[in-house]
Design a protein around this ligand. Structure first.
Ligand SMILES: [Cu+2]
Length: 473
């Protein structure tokens, strides 16, 4: 996970702290270069176990969904981090990888975790083809450390290393992202989470047993291609949590009775109402700080607008596999086109049979809704995933995108974040088909073209990847 590659490359170039705080790539000593903390790298999109602080003030670390926390070096009482802005290969879900920009091998970048009152020094090395900067969203800091290129600092040119230094003055949920060509750089995946833990018991900040965090981002990647279309403004086709889409998003695994905190930040171009099943929660904080207890109210959905962060908390007291997802239904779909006519209620089966004589692969879909799509194995172009891809213990789970599962288990050990598998519901507690119908459904009013008045259904051809036709009806 930790690589010395960057360190050596940079040591060879020679660099040192410049007078204005910049470490220039040329003309400075190897001795000073060796003073920089080694940049950690990660090459898997799996959720890393929480990073227990090896030094400094103790705290209960967060778990970054499909991400990790950046290790630091303690030097003369200062926590030193090293971020490397660079092109990365990010697996969005098995079978779908994107060429993104990120930090230290991944998009989003690693989470930075510190404690209120910590003095923090962050080296930022730019290995992108264009200049960048890092803005520390939500922090109280000296103006010159705010990371807005052109306004508070010169941009960090390719090959340069800058250093940011400030005291983490208030506890809370924050993020970082470029403030240089941000339309391109955020559309390419440049962002990361920042958590400042309170230095002591805080009247508005509860102790929790589980603390998860993730950023909302979106990409427009045409099936068969790898690089996001960065000019897209709203019509994205991949809606991600930490640059992952369901079923590639790990589950949130907790012990029954745990107090659970989930921190969410939104760097997409639209709002996301995040919805949790089976439990009520409160919004206990934003990127502006803790919400006073008297100002909290119960919710099961909270909207996270663009540029906002929300931290929600609840007691996980109901065992089971509970969905947690964005409530915009198009955001729980993967790559799909939106220029598709609605055919619900239109009997086009005879038409499909006729078109099949000319175009053997023609597929009529959507007459009964789109649910068939989850079971249908359509041939896919390279490097994409079906729009509904998940599978649950009871069959196809017609979800993609911004969807995961909160797994609440009695026997999940404290501190154990491993996936316990699917929930075994107690006998008699699962919705089921009844043996005897309670009554016949009311008959629809007769319409000449309605399916109810159509002759016996004509089979439709559904093409399978092996080339054999599948008879549907
Ligand atoms: Cu959404």
């Amino acid at each position: 996970m930790i690589s010395r590659r960057n360190l050596f490359a940079r040591a060879a170039a020679g660099a040192a702290l410049g007078a204005a705080g910049a470490v220039n790539a040329s003309g400075v000593s190897r001795v000073a270069m060796a003073a920089l903390p080694e940049p950690a790298q990660r090459d898997t999109p799996d959720t890393a176990p929480p990073l227990t602080p090896p030094d400094g003030r103790p705290y209960n670390p967060v778990v970054t969904l499909n991400g990790w926390t950046l290790p630091w070096r303690m030097r003369d009482g200062v926590k030193e981090f090293h971020l490397v802005a660079e092109p990365v290969l990010r697996e969005l879900a098995p079978g779908c990888t994107a060429h993104l920009w990120g930090y230290n091998g991944q998009s989003p970048g690693p989470t930075i975790e510190v404690v209120e009152g910590d003095r923090v020094r962050i080296y930022v090395t730019n290995k992108l083809p264009e200049h960048t900067s890092v803005h520390w969203h939500g922090q109280r800091l000296p103006n010159g450390m705010d990371g807005v290129s052109g306004l508070t600092q010169p941009a960090i040119k390719p090959g340069e290393t800058f250093v940011y230094e400030f005291v983490a003055r208030r506890p809370g949920t924050f993020m970082y992202h470029p403030h240089a060509d941000e339309m391109t750089q955020m559309a390419m995946g440049m962002m990361g989470f920042w958590v400042t833990h309170p230095k002591a018991r805080h009247p508005q900040i509860a102790e929790v047993q589980r603390d998860f965090c993730f950023l909302l981002s979106s990409y427009d990647i045409d099936p068969g291609s790898y690089t996001p279309r960065t000019m897209t403004m709203t019509d994205f086709n991949l809606w991600t949590w930490n640059s992952r889409v369901f079923p590639g998003i790990d589950t949130l695994n907790v012990r029954q009775g745990d107090r659970v905190r989930v921190r969410v930040g939104n760097l997409t171009m639209t709002n996301h109402p995040i919805h949790l099943h089976g439990h009520e929660f409160e919004v206990t904080g934003t990127d502006g700080g803790p919400v006073p207890r008297s100002a909290r109210w119960p919710e099961v959905t909270t909207d996270v607008a663009v540029g906002q962060m929300r931290q929600i908390e609840f007691i996980a007291d109901e065992p089971g596999d509970w969905a947690i997802h964005c409530h915009k239904s198009h955001h729980t779909m993967n790559a799909m086109g939106h220029e598709v006519d609605t055919l619900i209620g239109v009997d086009h089966r005879g038409l499909a049979a006729r078109i099949n004589k000319v175009i053997p692969d023609y597929m009529a879909m959507g007459e009964r809704g789109m649910a068939d799509m989850a079971e249908m194995e359509m041939p896919l172009p390279e490097n994409t995933i079906p729009m509904m891809a998940g599978r649950g213990p009871h069959g196809a789970l017609e979800m993609g995108g911004m969807f995961s599962v909160l797994k609440v288990r009695k026997d999940q050990k404290p501190g154990d974040y491993r996936d316990p598998g699917w929930y075994a519901a107690p006998r008699g507690t699962v919705a089921r088909a009844v043996d005897a119908p309670l009554g016949a459904p009311s008959a629809p009013a007769p319409r000449t073209a309605a399916p109810s008045s159509a002759p016996a259904p004509e089979p439709l051809r559904v093409r399978k990847p092996d080339g054999h036709g599948h008879q549907g009806h």
